[in-house]
Design a protein around this ligand. Structure first.
Ligand code: 5AD
Ligand code: SF4
Length: 422
């Protein structure tokens, strides 16, 4: 989502006649897009801002994104060489804000969170030539006790379906075949226009766009996850057979303390819907370890959930207290060493599960959309529809952006290795 925000910012500025500078030292204006989901990302920002001052002295520096939204004018106090601070809901105003700085303004801000108009930019300059991101819903109305996102991205707002479908058509005309629909809770989508599409209907409509061969969506919230989503994937080959469904914890008690609004049983029920599909659908998740008060038993519940679901991929994080969140003032903080130990144990457990799952694909032929070339290793790389990384060799050239059938020869925990089936 942040990567796509940067693409939107670049588009907004290009539309006003700005051009990208080849190097940092040659830039007149430096905009730094930031993340504040965990403390480490936030800390990095101030050290990078110091580096920018040294590398490009006297230049106009702006801070964008969630840390900008979170810290606001405080950024000017800690880094007085910054002259612009702007959150993601205000990017359409960026050219005006930059113009204010150019006219001599100091400490210019764009920090409104309630702006409606965050979807349509005149141009979105896409950096990824293979996969096009498309935002369908912004913000978040949940209130998970650990999470800073509702504070930095504001309330949930969905984009009109006609606008989503028009962008999908433009992307197809520009040559894209894969679209990834984006939203913090993408499946909470509710069409605000009279067409009134729900999320599964929107999925089907985007997948029907002429020229689009793959549609992905991220991130889904278990609470809004319905059987109709699974049915849409089952019926529609262009909908990729992959669902990213963050569970965060396997412990019923911790799920409640996290205010996730579903139980462990609810989550497992959704997994059973996915497993009952005709197409094999891969499932990935996000997990947090070391939430305040997490006992050994709670952590054991998370490990047992890994076994119960057997995910195809896991993004796991140690809990990081964030400003303005209720979890930050909960008692029972877990020491950092213990958090790290649990994280390592979890990842090792999951590595074994993935190794076994991947082994079962040896001998299969998968369709891969090629997105990288490593000439030194004479290797191509891409993703299967289930989002697995497939590295392969081929006697052919110029495969970037092509769909290739790959016979899988070997499997590791994180990727598959094969050769083009010709
Ligand atoms: N500490 C650790 N991980 C977090 N995430 C969100 N907030 C925190 C936090 N305070 C993780 C969640 C989410 C992912 C994007 O980041 O797992 O799904
Ligand atoms: Fe954060 Fe929860 Fe919203 Fe996801 S659903 S963005 S974790 S508040």
């Amino acid at each position: 989502m942040n990567v796509h925000d940067s693409e939107k910012v670049a588009g907004v500025l290009l539309a006003r006649g700005y051009a990208p500078a080849p190097t940092l030292a040659e830039a007149d204006l430096l905009l730094y897009n930031t993340c504040s989901i965990r403390e480490k990302a936030a800390q990095k920002v101030f050290s990078r801002l110091g580096e920018f001052r040294q590398a490009a002295p006297g230049r106009t520096i702006g801070v964008l994104g969630c840390l900008a939204q979170q810290e606001g004018e405080e950024i000017f106090e800690r880094a007085p060489w910054v002259s612009l601070v702007c959150g993601s809901a205000s990017y359409r105003r960026l050219p005006d804000l930059v113009a204010q700085v150019e006219a001599g303004g100091r400490r210019v801000t764009g920090l409104d969170l309630d702006t409606e108009d965050t979807f349509e930019t005149e141009i979105t300059r896409r950096d990824n030539p293979i996969r096009a991101y498309l935002t369908i819903i912004e913000g978040c109305d949940y209130a998970c006790s650990y999470c800073v996102v509702p504070h930095t991205r504001g309330p949930e707002r969905s984009r009109a379906s006609a606008s989503v479908l028009a962008e999908a058509r433009r992307l197809a005309q520009a040559g894209y075949t894969e679209i990834q629909l984006l939203g913090q809770t993408v499946n909470s989508y509710r069409d605000p226009s009279p067409a009134g599409l729900d999320f599964p209907s929107l999925l089907r409509a985007v997948a029907a766009t002429q020229g689009i061969r793959r549609v992905r969506f991220t991130t889904s919230h278990p609470n809004d996850f319905s059987r109709e989503i699974v049915a849409a994937i089952d019926d529609t080959p262009a909908l990729c057979d992959h669902i990213h469904l963050p569970v965060q914890s396997g412990s019923p008690r911790i799920l409640q303390a996290m205010r996730r609004t579903y139980t462990r049983e609810d989550y497992l029920e959704r997994i059973s819907w996915i497993r009952a599909a005709r197409r094999p659908i891969s499932v990935t998740t996000d997990l947090i370890v070391g939430f305040p008060g997490e006992t050994d038993e709670d952590f054991a519940d998370t490990l047992s959930l890994l076994e119960a679901v057997r995910f195809d991929g896991v993004f796991a994080f140690t809990y990081s207290p964030r400003p303005n969140t209720t979890a930050a003032s909960l008692p029972g903080a877990i020491p950092e060493e213990e958090k790290a130990r649990r994280l390592a144990a979890l990842l090792e457990h999951q590595r074994q599960i993935q190794t076994v799952r991947h082994q079962s694909l040896v001998g299969a032929t998968l369709e891969v959309l090629v997105d990288a070339h490593r000439p030194a290793r004479r290797q191509w790389s891409g993703r299967s529809t289930s989002n697995r990384i497939v590295n392969f060799t081929s006697p052919l050239e110029n495969l970037l952006g092509e769909y290739v059938q790959v016979s899988i020869m070997r499997a590791g925990p994180n990727s598959l290795i094969g050769e083009q089936a010709i």
